[in-house]
Design a protein around this ligand. Structure first.
Ligand code: UDP
Length: 294
């Protein structure tokens, strides 16, 4: 996305709609702004994509996605990639701004197995699931090999610290430009982006959950001055070892969501149970009525 387009979108920041999923605000402070995308922005088709309920999901293997990201990093400018599961696609169908951010991404990959299943139902099977956490770890290895510096933003302090410690232990050549936890108010957001700029990081990984991380990346990419950013959800909690990822057999069967639901039922039941049903409904409509234009 061009710098001008990004600035144009973020100028809508004054249009307060509702609250963003940052840390709770102190009592007496008003709700933080959401950015309304009032200007339609062009889609950047970097790769062949399958339209899944209005979201263009790249039909690439993990290796191909990695190669494409490498190309984006090399070609200059600022780029971002987003990953989607069923819940995020449902959310994008309700949240125009999230939808636009996904449309503006250089690449959107299938984080959830349900997205791959949906592509099969739609008769355009995706080659592979390309999860945020796998892409993230492979990009960190890639950065270490190529001498690119990396900034980690998001999660709780012990989680982001643990992530940095584990990844530097695994990749001794990794250049860590900096890290910061993901608990800050929107008024601190500019300072966070400025600190990233100061660090001269090449790559930025943002783990603040969705849609906060997608919003943050879309609105701060140019200010942070990185070549590439990826939203990685709860990955820091997993990489640091503070949360356990589903066993391999559950990942293979596409049951990672069930593993997370069992561990955090109160927070996640709505996202997964209601979200999965809503997703099935959207896909069924697409089968019957044909694709909606992204
Ligand atoms: N988080 C954060 N700032 C916040 C709220 C959440 O950095 O204000 C972090 C949280 O600590 C966790 C991640 O965001 O590490 C959210 O993970 P979740 O499991 O919700 O991500 P997803 O399911 O979207 O991958």
């Amino acid at each position: 996305m061009s710098k001008a387009a990004e600035e144009q979108r973020c100028r809508g920041a004054e249009e307060i709609e509702s609250s963003i999923a940052f840390a709770p605000l102190p009592p007496g402070t008003s709700a933080p702004p959401l950015y309304r995308s009032s200007v339609p922005l062009p889609i950047c088709p970097s790769a062949p994509a399958v339209n899944v309920a209005g979201v263009p999901v790249a039909n690439l293997t993990e290796d191909e996605a990695l190669a494409l990201v490498d190309k984006l990093i090399t070609q200059g400018g600022s780029h971002y990639v987003a990953v989607v599961n069923a819940a995020k696609i449902v959310a994008a169908n309700r949240d125009e701004r999230l939808k636009q951010i996904l449309l503006d991404a250089d690449l959107v990959t299938a984080d959830g197995m349900s997205v791959v299943w949906a592509s099969r139902v739609l008769g355009q099977p995706l080659k592979q699931r390309v999860t945020g956490i796998d892409l993230f770890q492979r990009l960190v290895e890639h950065a270490a090999r190529r001498g690119l510096s990396v900034y980690f933003l998001g999660a709780r302090e012990e989680s982001v610290r643990g992530t940095v410690a584990r990844l530097t232990a695994r990749n001794p050549d990794l250049r860590v430009a900096g890290y910061r936890n993901g608990y800050f108010t929107p008024s601190e957001s500019d300072a966070v982006a400025d600190a990233i700029k100061q660090s001269s990081a090449d790559l930025l990984f943002v783990a603040m959950g969705s849609p906060a991380q997608e919003n943050w990346i879309a609105c701060n990419l140019a200010r942070a001055g990185v070549r590439f950013a990826l939203g990685v959800g709860g990955s820091f909690d997993h990489v640091s070892g503070l949360a356990r990822r589903a066993p391999k057999w559950m990942q293979r069967l596409g049951l990672e969501w069930l593993h997370r639901l069992i561990r955090e039922p109160t927070r996640l039941w709505r996202r997964y149970l209601v979200g999965n049903l809503a997703f099935m409904w959207l896909v069924a409509k697409q089968v019957v009525l044909g694709p909606r234009q992204p």
